[in-house]
Design a protein around this ligand. Structure first.
Ligand code: PEP
Ligand code: MG
Length: 592
């Protein structure tokens, strides 16, 4: 039966594919595609895991048989029998084989997928005793997973293997080449990073806001995504056909052939539009009144530099270095590893500037708790970003040395997140000096860097003279600036309707920052999601912004808006929008 689920539209486009449900409690289990010639070995891995658990149970049974009824109640022996029986269960064994053979899932993924299907069947059982066997099934699967953990877990392949080559008709083709969409209650940015190398055609999560980091990474992958879809991961079943409408924030489950055809058409229209935008690639981003606009890229990993160049970015306006620190199981990257990563990004940009932001962890970008524990009352207001760096000087100095060394290979700008206090600014500058002195003592080569601050706390936007005194450039982080101005958790879907880039207070802080920087002749850019939102391009141009940093995938659409704009006309209109009681209404009226 067809039904739809509504969430937040976070990454544009239409995706049509089979649902792959990833339970958040099991995100630690590796999910990757194997090669067709690895099927037998993968099945053997599960079999070995299962045999190990069977052995374990036999051993237990033997020791129990030597005990008296007091130490080993008869129920225990009966339970072990049930576990043995479940381990041979045809639905489990056959299902796991199916996911490995037909879908090329790795063994752990196949096992957890089949467990979810069986768990649902148990939930639907009328008999209470049988329903309770679900817990036993979960237990034995966990034991098999643990038994399998001894073996090595290969890394994700960059490409999903294909046995058939060309993509075939969606409804007829039910093999390994079917597009897949990922559905989860929640995905951490680190999980997203892992999936970034994978092949999903779209993402859906139950939780998250428009500018949560999961949404940001989905946008950077340029694939349709819906977040904040509430109970979607419970409503959709493994392998259901699903349509993601990333423009409307709608998920359609089990669509009828008519709906499928309609969305297939929309999908092709979107592809045509992208093709048309590609023609703008060689055109410089200059307005009708000859204002040159700088379009920069936001990147998460050094490899993203390629996409930035391909999209025609004139540099990297934000390299979120914290992604190098995520999913490391407590082991932070050392100076050498970081240096190599920054150098790779710098060299990848072929002489164009790269703005490296120092580590910005916390809130919805958690690190392993052994390294950074922000499970406090309110992590968004806690020890995150520069606050954490200043609290961990050894880690901070390591990062600064790595960035300074990478600056010997090209133009590097150093960007500091979440500053608010003069004391934090002075401490940061002292650390940079200390890092330089350490490199001098070691005789290491390093390069000059321009120094910038992010304006993402209202206190910073209201202390511009202080920031302009110490920094060469400012970058407005509107994602956090909106969060902190409006007291809205950017990752919380229940208040997503109040997260408003067009609130007059937000516009005033953004407009004042741009105007003050321009008056002082300092560079200013916007690197929050507002910069890549085409519905806001004209407004930002009208407010005087000349440098926009966004995901590479958004650059051409923003350029198209720029080419159609006249900043002198926009300036008058933008002031009207900024001072309106309801700027959204004024904006919707368009400019004349
Ligand atoms: C921002 O806050 O706008 C920003 C660009 O930083 P992040 O989204 O990584 O917090
Ligand atoms: Mg931020």
């Amino acid at each position: 039966m067809t039904f739809s689920v509504h969430g937040l539209a976070v990454s544009r486009g239409i995706a049509i594919g089979r649902a792959v449900l990833v339970a958040s409690s099991r995100v630690d289990v590796a999910h990757y595609f194997i090669q067709p010639d690895e099927v037998d070995a993968e099945i053997a891995r599960v079999r070995a895991g299962r045999d190990a658990v069977v052995e374990e149970i036999y051993r237990l049974q033997t020791s129990i048989s030597r005990m008296g009824p007091k130490e080993a109640p008869t129920e225990l022996a009966a339970l072990l029998d049930v576990h043995l029986m479940l381990l041979q269960d045809e639905e489990l064994v056959g299902g796991v084989k199916h996911w490995i053979t037909d879908r090329l899932y790795n063994a752990e993924w196949a096992l957890t997928t089949q467990l979810e299907i069986i768990a649902r069947h148990f939930d639907e059982m009328e008999d209470a005793y049988l329903r309770e066997r679900k817990a036993d099934m979960e237990q034995i699967c966990e034991r098999v997973l643990r038994a399998m953990k001894g073996g090595q877990s290969p890394v994700l392949p960059a490409q999903r293997p294909s046995r058939k080559g060309a993509q075939q008709d969606l409804l007829l083709d039910d093999t390994v080449d079917v597009p897949l969409v990922l559905i989860a209650h929640d995905l951490s940015p680190a999980d997203m990073l892992q999936f970034k190398q994978s092949v999903f055609a779209g993402f859906i999560t139950d939780v998250g806001g428009k500018t949560s980091h999961t949404a940001i990474v989905a946008r950077s992958m340029d694939i349709p995504a819906v977040v904040g879809a509430r109970t979607c991961s419970q409503l959709v079943r493994q392998d259901d056909w699903v349509i993601i409408d990333g423009d409307a924030g709608v998920v359609i489950v089990d669509p009828s052939p008519i709906i499928l055809a309609e969305y297939g058409f929309k999908q092709r229209q979107g592809e045509l539009e992208r093709g048309r935008l590609q023609r703008l690639l060689p055109t410089p981003a200059v307005t009708m009144d000859d204002e040159k606009i700088q379009l920069l890229a936001n990147i998460e990993m050094p490899e993203d530099a390629q996409a930035a160049l391909k999209a025609g970015a004139l540099g990297v306006g934000l390299f979120r270095s914290e992604f190098l620190f995520m999913g490391r199981h407590g082991q932070l990257p050392d100076e050498e590893e970081q240096y190599r990563a920054y150098k790779k990004a710098v060299e990848g940009m072929e002489g164009l500037p790269v703005t490296i932001r120092t580590v910005d962890v916390g809130a919805d970008k958690p690190l392993d708790a052994s390294v950074h524990d922000d499970a406090h009352l309110n992590p968004a207001l806690g020890l995150r970003a520069i606050r954490w760096s200043l609290a961990e000087p050894a880690m901070f100095l390591t990062q600064l040395r790595a960035i300074l060394r990478a600056a010997a290979h090209g133009k590097v700008r150093l960007l500091i997140p979440m500053l608010a206090h003069a004391s934090e600014i002075r401490q940061t500058l002292a650390h940079i000096e200390r890092a330089r002195a350490q490199l001098d003592r070691r005789g290491d080569v390093y390069g000059p860097v321009q120094l910038g601050a992010m304006i993402e706390i209202p206190a910073a936007a209201l202390s511009l003279p202080l920031f302009l005194k110490y920094f060469d450039f400012l970058s407005i982080g509107t994602n956090d600036l909106i969060q902190y101005t409006l007291a809205i958790d950017r990752a919380d879907e229940s208040v997503a309707h109040l997260y408003d880039p067009l609130h007059p207070a937000v516009l005033r802080l953004v407009a004042d920052t741009i105007a003050e920087c321009r008056a002082q002749g300092k560079d200013v850019s916007v690197c929050g999601e507002m910069a890549g939102d085409v519905t806001l391009t004209r407004l930002l141009l009208g407010l005087g912004l000349r440098s926009f940093s966004m995901h590479p995938a958004q650059i051409l659409a923003v350029k198209q808006e720029i080419l159609r704009s006249d900043t002198t006309k926009l300036a008058v209109w933008a002031q009207r929008v900024r001072t309106a009681e309801d700027p959204a209404l004024e904006l919707a009226g368009g400019y004349v």
